[in-house]
Design a protein around this ligand. Structure first.
Ligand code: BGC
Length: 632
């Protein structure tokens, strides 16, 4: 009896505590709801629409790449261009400095304001882990690492800072966050996803949207977000064939990127849709349909996905932007048919980097011959104008120039401190024999080795300055692991370094930093996820010196580590941490205990792949399961 009483009381306490917890938790979503529904701008949007010619409407729906359209003088006005993008390698002519990007933004806006209705342009870019095309920007960890933090409040702050650094250049639209739910880590875009688990994706994706967009899109420190790639981009099946025209596509090899996701609608909804539901809840302004197909049908041309599910059922009132040349893939032999199918399916704006003139002319002809109803065009343009109005972009009293006073805070120590916090919270400690970690700051000598020990480019991965990223000194202003170790230890400690791990004899301890070189998209599709021979040799060389070795893996996904696991006294997964290497030493030297938990399952062998928590439990046999992570 007494026992039952106590459990009643504790039950009541538990309920009270959970209520307090839930009410604290729900503050964030309430904030998001202060973003005005996009439909609130319809009256104004309709008024503008009523003044527009067909050409002007189609111009709003056309998004060329900035260098292509600016290279053809007069085209911004001739085609009434409503938006431009900078794809992975579409940079300012001179260099990637903050000043050149800002000048480029101002130039685009100047050109847009020369059109008859003076509608400012939307400028879109892949600021996918910070304002990652600009030299000196803070490069945050990629989403795979943020997934290991399980920390929406931190992710929201990262979104705020990314928005602020973007606004320093004027650019106000990022093709992020990816709310992809990768099911096969051999996919080259695995690191763009927060997790293989939709529960984690839906929480962190929403937090990122809230951070980027803030509570009000017209806030000069907010940018428009873009949830991508809708839907099922992370569920594609592996195929083996050459892919002419793709980087590395001349030979027969495995592809997952842009493939086919063969699942029924219930599975699509359960695994791949939750991230969109919460992004829409947070007021996301744009969504990018995927290159991939769902049971053989191109997402970019699927009326079921774009109109019925996304707009009608989920109530998405922003606009859809196609992926880079994606509309052309619907029927590669017939561009006119592709455009007709996509726009009629519900696509609102077309990312047509170089073929924008063709797109414009064909869509106009399709409307004139009645194959695309004018009502569909009006709906698309209304949606685009809604977003522009919500951003305050159409406000005549505002200057359309970038706010250069924000340059002061660009790449600032305050912004770097948040990235450093994200790095230390994302590290996952996988092995720690004999409590080799945390390390002492006063040992006589530490030997640091491995191809990624002193390599900011490898830390940052793909989508950093260049589309594919770049090994080596890709951007100024960050800290490599080697320099972070030097900064962390006492004055008496000697830090030695070799790439291949030789020369470690006599050191108290070795740190080997190994993993993958940068890549993006299908270029990173890989059948064999073993560490390369150089990495294995580095670790073996260190071990031969008879010292404890701490291995840090810097990679876009879990790697096969069987070859080195016995040699590693400690093993840390850092994924792609970005520019702030000191987040790693914060944990190595014990200033912070590791708290990161794996956001993907870590396999034992290549033969086991694909493997994820959504597969039948009897087949799930990882080396470290999702959620795994040790502490001190
Ligand atoms: C990618 C998108 C990206 C776009 C613009 C495409 O290749 O699939 O994720 O937003 O390029 O750079």
């Amino acid at each position: 009896m007494k026992k039952a009483r106590i459990s009643h009381i504790s039950l009541i306490c538990l309920v009270l505590i959970s209520l307090i917890f839930v009410s604290c938790q729900s503050q964030a979503p309430e904030q998001a709801q202060t973003i005005k529904g996009f439909k609130a701008f319809d009256a104004k949007a309709k008024e503008i629409l009523s003044q527009m010619t067909l050409d002007e409407k189609i111009g709003q729906m056309t998004q060329p790449e900035q260098d292509k359209v600016l290279g053809n003088e007069g085209d911004m006005q001739k085609y009434f261009i409503g938006s431009v993008l900078s794809g992975g390698d579409s940079d300012p002519i001179k260099d990637n400095s903050l000043i050149e990007w800002t000048n480029l933004y101002d130039r685009v806006q100047e050109e847009a304001l020369k059109t008859r209705l003076k509608i400012p342009a939307l400028y879109g870019i892949d600021a996918v882990h910070g304002h990652s095309n600009v030299l000196g920007a803070v490069m945050f960890p990629h989403n795979i690492a943020l997934g290991c933090t399980r920390d929406p409040e931190l992710v929201e702050r990262i979104g705020r800072i990314t928005a602020k650094e973007m606004r320093a250049t004027g650019i106000h639209w990022t093709f992020a966050p990816a709310v992809t739910v990768p099911q096969d880590i051999r996919w080259g875009r695995t690191y763009e996803g927060f997790s293989e688990d939709p529960e984690i994706v839906k929480t962190l994706g929403k937090a990122m949207v809230m951070g980027l967009q803030g509570t009000d899109l017209s806030d000069p420190l907010s940018v428009v977000a873009c949830a991508k790639h809708y839907a099922g981009d992370g569920g594609t099946e592996a195929t083996k064939a050459p892919r002419p025209g793709f980087p590395g596509g001349d030979v027969t090899r495995m592809w997952l990127d842009q493939g086919d996701t063969k699942v029924d609608e219930a599975t699509l909804r359960r695994i791949h849709l939750p991230g969109y539901v919460t992004a829409i809840e947070a007021g996301v302004g744009t969504i990018m349909p995927s290159y991939s197909t769902w049971n053989g049908e191109r997402c970019s041309g699927s009326k079921r996905l774009l109109t019925e599910i996304l707009k009608e059922e989920l109530g998405f009132d922003g606009f859809l932007i196609s992926d880079y040349n994606a509309i052309r893939q619907i029927n590669p032999m017939n561009l006119k048919e592709s455009i007709m199918i996509s726009i009629n399916a519900g696509m609102d704006m077309a990312m047509e980097p170089g073929g924008y003139r063709e797109f414009f002319d064909i869509l106009k002809a399709l409307v004139e011959e009645g194959s695309v109803p004018i009502a569909r065009i009006d709906d698309a343009v209304t949606r685009i104008l809604r977003v522009k109005l919500a951003m305050g972009l159409m406000d005549d009293t505002k200057t359309h120039k970038a706010d250069r006073s924000l340059h002061n805070a660009f790449g600032s120590p305050e912004h770097r401190a948040v990235a450093r916090e994200a790095v230390r919270k994302s590290l996952v400690l996988l092995k720690n024999d004999n409590k080799v970690l945390p390390l002492s700051k006063t040992s006589a000598r530490i030997h640091v080795a491995g191809k990624s020990a002193d390599n900011i480019g490898n830390q940052c991965g793909g989508w950093t300055i260049r589309w594919q990223g770049q090994t080596g000194e890709v951007t100024p202003g960050g800290t490599t692991v080697l320099s972070a170790v030097k900064a962390a230890v006492s004055n008496e400690t000697e830090v030695t370094h070799s790439i291949d791990g030789t020369g470690a004899e006599g050191a108290a301890l070795g740190i080997a930093v190994v993993g993958e070189l940068p890549y993006a998209e299908g270029v990173g599709d890989r059948e064999d996820l073993s560490l390369d021979e150089g990495d294995v040799a580095t670790i073996n060389n260190m071990k031969k010196a008879g010292i404890p070795v701490v291995v840090i893996v810097i990679s876009g996904r879990p790697m096969i580590v069987n070859d080195i696991l016995p040699q590693a006294d400690a093993l840390v997964a850092a994924f792609l941490p970005g520019t702030e290497g000191q987040g790693i030493t914060d944990v190595l030297f014990g200033d912070f205990s590791p708290t990161g938990k794996l956001s993907y399952s870590w396999p034992r062998s290549n033969a086991e792949l694909p493997m994820n928590i959504n597969m039948p439990t009897e087949k799930y046999n990882p080396l470290f399961p999702i959620g795994y992570g040790l502490s001190y």
